[in-house]
Design a protein around this ligand. Structure first.
Ligand code: GLV
Ligand code: GLV
Length: 324
């Protein structure tokens, strides 16, 4: 009999076609745009050889236990992997696929859009225009900060950070700086970025883009220690994971004018409750985790996730395997 696979969400068509046409697996899918309830998920994975999941599903010891000894592969339709308990997966010898590269352009594009929307106050501005705030043309009304001659800091230089810098360069950015646990000169050279300490990045950046993975090491690193060293004109942008930010500290920094603005595509929790204090701030632009949301990219992610899963089940190298 064919390996059994559970797909935890209705995924875009390319990935589904690959699974279906492979003839290699029998799969069942949670055919909805809403997450599968946990209790249901724990039942559905029982006896599965593979799981194709999205980032709302916690793949932890409890789930692996529920799945049982047949489980060989977990393939997530995401580049982020903070929802996967890597230690538990490793302990059980389960291989993990993820979807880097195919979303890099899309995420970089959205990050630039969010950066400009935040620094030039676009969301505030359209709100003013349609709610009667546009009394006349005024000399300093809705003034923001420009990229020309600025220093852009990148926290966590990977594929996405490089792609962001490549897109920002034509805006006449003066200097790119970055910090990371590794210096990664081959990536830094592509964008002529200078490696600096965490503190120097905080002090020098006019724009700071967070592009690191959420791991135990990066959890909460954007906190008072960072914001208090930043420039008053600085714009903070996060398209990685909400968990890298201490949101109380960010709120304090934004509401007291310690920094000029923040653009967030990710928050803790998600969705961020509509009554959350961050929503009351004009200088905080919040998007509902849409950085990879283009039709092309979401299809490519689902296809890659399907191909990772099938390769893993065949015992072959995956197109994109996470090293555990
Ligand atoms: C999206 O956040 C992803 O991890 O792919
Ligand atoms: C702005 O519209 C200007 O004419 O300077």
């Amino acid at each position: 009999t064919l390996p059994k696979v559970y797909v935890t969400r209705k995924v875009p068509p390319d990935g589904l076609d690959i699974l279906r046409e492979s003839g290699q697996v029998q799969f069942e899918m949670w055919d909805s745009d809403e997450p599968v309830p946990r209790v249901e998920l724990l039942k559905k994975v029982k006896g599965c050889d593979g799981i194709l999941c999205v980032l709302t599903e916690k793949i932890d010891a409890q789930l692996l236990e529920a799945a049982g000894p047949n489980l060989k592969v977990v393939s997530t339709m995401s580049v982020g992997f903070d929802h996967l308990s890597l230690d538990d997966l490793k302990k059980r010898g389960i291989r993990v696929g993820y979807t880097p590269d195919v979303l890099t352009d899309c995420v970089a594009e959205l990050t630039v859009a969010l950066l400009l929307a935040t620094s030039r106050r676009l969301i505030e501005a359209t709100h003013e225009a349609k709610t009667g705030g546009w009394g006349t043309w005024r000399t300093s009304w809705l003034c923001g900060h420009e990229l020309a001659n600025s220093t852009v800091g990148i926290l966590g230089l990977g594929r996405i950070g490089v792609a962001i810098a490549e897109r920002l360069k034509p805006f006449k950015v003066k200097k790119f700086i970055y910090t990371d646990v590794e210096q990664r000169p081959e990536l830094a050279n592509m964008i002529e970025a200078e490696y600096v300490s965490f503190d120097d990045m905080a002090k020098q950046s006019d724009f700071l883009a967070v592009c690191c993975a959420l791991t135990p090491e990066t959890h909460g690193i954007c906190n008072w220690n960072l914001f208090s060293k930043m420039k008053k004109n600085a714009i903070f942008i996060n398209t990685s994971r909400g968990g890298v930010v201490n949101q109380e500290d960010l709120y304090e920094a934004l509401s007291t004018g310690l920094i000029a603005g923040a653009g967030l595509d990710v928050t803790t929790p998600e969705p961020l409750p509509t009554h959350h204090p961050l929503f009351t701030l004009k200088n905080c632009a919040i998007l509902p985790h849409i950085a990879s949301a283009s039709y092309t990219t979401r299809n490519a992610m689902s296809a890659l996730a399907a191909n990772n899963l099938l390769a893993g089940l065949r015992g072959e190298p995956m197109p994109k395997e996470l090293k555990l």
